[in-house]
Design a protein around this ligand. Structure first.
Ligand code: AG3
Length: 281
């Protein structure tokens, strides 16, 4: 057996992984979903052919989407994830004792069902049993329109801006997120690769700045995403990710994080010049 899966990152470049078996392959109302087993990265989930998560490196993405905002907000009680149907972000959120309720709003029920069935190391908190987790299979835009002034932190755990996620990179959506946050709320969204996606980042950060008073980019190393250099947008109504960082609370956390730590929190906001230039005002 010599089966390989390649995600093309440009016309001429891609990442390729040896695959041992296909665990699921099917089409939902929204997108193509595939879950395969790879030899080096464990199980891998793809949406419309794009790598969403692998068991081996998902810890980087989920640590970094969740912990910087939750260790900056002094009291993150109500947290919403838009997208993120694999459950990895919710798993990290409920490790914070301050969190009272973690809500997942995922548009595609098939992603949740198949993650619970095939990716239990990520989906353990969204199997319907966790007392602090609420699950909505719904369009994120419609959901936040109906839940204004409700959340301390909103995390946008989306795929690339093609297919069902296009709207999650637009100004109208950020206005709704702003309204769905309380007066001191924080939003974090995955914001693509500074190396490959300069145009997307330029528009995305311009849209965010039109809505939020404080917008910053931070980075993480994610081997299976295009270029390996990935980024997140921190958009905030009040708290600054470095000045208001609750370093002591982060250092005293009573759970293990394999990527995030209290030193890296600040380091992640230091950017290479080309990344700064992508989002220069
Ligand atoms: N979110 C996917 C980020 C985009 C990856 N892009 C790509 N492979 N071209 C991951 C969701 C994990 N909860």
């Amino acid at each position: 057996m010599n089966m390989w899966y390649t995600e093309k990152h440009s016309e001429n470049v891609g990442i390729t992984m040896r695959v041992s078996e296909t665990l699921f392959s099917g089409k939902s109302e929204f997108q193509q979903l595939d879950i395969v087993n790879t030899l080096e990265y464990g199980k891998m989930m793809l949406l419309d052919g794009l790598v969403m998560v692998t068991e081996r490196d998902e810890f980087v993405y989920h640590d970094m989407l969740v912990h910087p905002a939750l260790f900056t907000h002094p009291s993150p009680r109500q947290v919403l994830v838009i997208g993120g149907g694999d459950g990895g972000s919710i798993r990290e959120i409920v490790r914070h004792p301050e969190v009272e309720l973690a809500t997942l709003c995922e548009i595609d029920g098939l992603v949740v069902d198949k993650s619970v069935e095939l990716l239990p190391s990520m989906a353990s908190a969204i199997d319907g049993q966790h007392p602090k987790v609420k699950l909505h299979i719904a369009d994120g835009l419609a959901y936040i329109r109906e839940h204004q002034n409700a959340f301390d932190v909103i995390l946008v755990d989306s795929t690339d801006p093609i297919g069902p996620a296009v709207g999650l990179f637009e100004k109208d959506f950020y206005r709704l997120v702003h309204g769905a946050l309380k007066a001191d709320g924080i939003m974090v969204a995955q914001s693509e690769s500074p190396f490959y996606h300069a145009e997307i980042q330029k528009n995305m950060y311009r849209n965010l700045r039109a809505v939020f008073p404080l917008v910053a980019m931070y980075q993480a190393f994610i081997p299976t995403y295009p270029s390996g250099l990935w980024s997140f947008a921190f958009a905030s109504k009040r708290y600054h990710p470095l000045r208001d960082f609750q370093r002591d609370r982060a250092a005293r956390r009573n759970f293990h994080t394999k990527y995030y730590n209290e030193d890296l929190h600040s380091g992640a906001f230091m950017l290479p010049t080309f990344a700064k230039e992508n989002i220069a005002e």
